[in-house]
Design a protein around this ligand. Structure first.
Ligand code: KIV
Length: 288
């Protein structure tokens, strides 16, 4: 089946049990490479607060910062479905402001959908945003924007009450008409139950293999986080080693006068070189 960015295609994939792929990207080059690798969904996650901007958590990243990265990613994505995260504070204060901010991600950022964290309690707001012709992705389970309320990044949905709440959240998002539901940091058994219950495709991160799709943070899979990876992360490359080795090799070459070589230098055109030599010779003659 060909991969198209339409919602219909994601739902078809769910029905046909074809896994949906999603990775985060925050810049043009990465977005382009992911798109060329036929990744279905490119997510400009607010994880960029940590991965790109070095903040401690996702709480301080602003709409303008997210938009800056979304625009860059948009220029690199031709085929994939582009989702941008609404950052903390951009949809928590009032409905009108949330709709206005969501609109900016579509108009100014080039995103095709916005993602926001929270389940049941966000359903009305999500309906309003969908009413404004903006597809919305839901995100439940371990929701990093709630880090202070959750007292840290902990696996969610471990008690019967918590499972019941997660099911209610997923069903509320499903009924609100979200494009997909991100399930983060929950037991695989719970993710499997949610995935079986809702018509909306689920995309898991630390939520086990039964989800309709999987997402990972690009910096996690490339060893670019300077931290011990979470249990669910699989490293597919070592960009840290690649960058360190290249930087050290460059430094060694420069210090040893091995870079740049003549073949890496520009040269004057022959006529200019000859004319220059004549001028210099004349100058030297005058100085004698
Ligand atoms: O911000 C992000 O990267 C995310 C993914 C982890 C789903 O929300």
């Amino acid at each position: 089946m060909s991969i198209t960015p339409t919602g219909e295609s994601r739902h078809e994939k769910k029905l046909q049990h074809q896994p949906i792929t999603c990775l985060t990207a925050y810049d043009y080059a990465t977005a382009r490479l992911l798109d060329e690798a036929a990744i279905d969904i490119v997510l400009v996650g607010d994880s960029l607060a940590q991965t790109m901007l070095g903040y401690e958590n996702t709480l301080s990243v602003t709409v303008d910062e997210m938009l800056h990265h979304t625009r860059a990613v948009h220029r690199g994505v031709k085929n994939g479905f582009l989702i941008a995260d609404m950052p903390y504070g951009s949809y928590h204060v009032g409905t009108d402001e949330a709709v206005k901010n969501a609109t900016r991600f579509i108009k100014e950022g080039g995103a095709e959908a916005v993602k926001m964290e929270g389940g049941e309690k966000r359903a009305d707001l999500i309906r309003r945003i969908i009413d404004a012709e903006i597809p919305v992705a839901g995100h439940i389970g371990l929701t990093p924007q709630s880090v202070n309320v959750m007292s840290g990044y902990k696996v969610q949905g471990k008690s019967l009450n918590a499972i019941e709440q997660l099911m209610r959240d997923a069903v509320a998002l499903d009924r609100a008409g979200v494009a997909c539901i991100y399930l983060e940091g929950i037991p695989r058994e719970v993710a499997a139950m949610i995935t079986a219950e809702v018509a909306t495709p689920t995309i898991g991160i630390g939520a086990g293999p039964e989800c309709d799709g999987q997402v990972l943070v690009i910096h996690d899979i490339l060893n670019l986080t300077f931290a011990t990876p979470a249990k669910f992360v699989r490293r597919y490359g070592d960009a840290a080693a690649l960058i360190t080795d290249a930087a050290q090799a460059f430094r060694d070459d420069v210090i040893a006068h091995q870079y740049p070589a003549d073949r890496e230098s520009y040269h004057l055109p022959k006529e200019t070189q000859q004319a220059l030599e004549t001028v210099l010779e004349r100058k030297r003659g005058m100085q004698r």
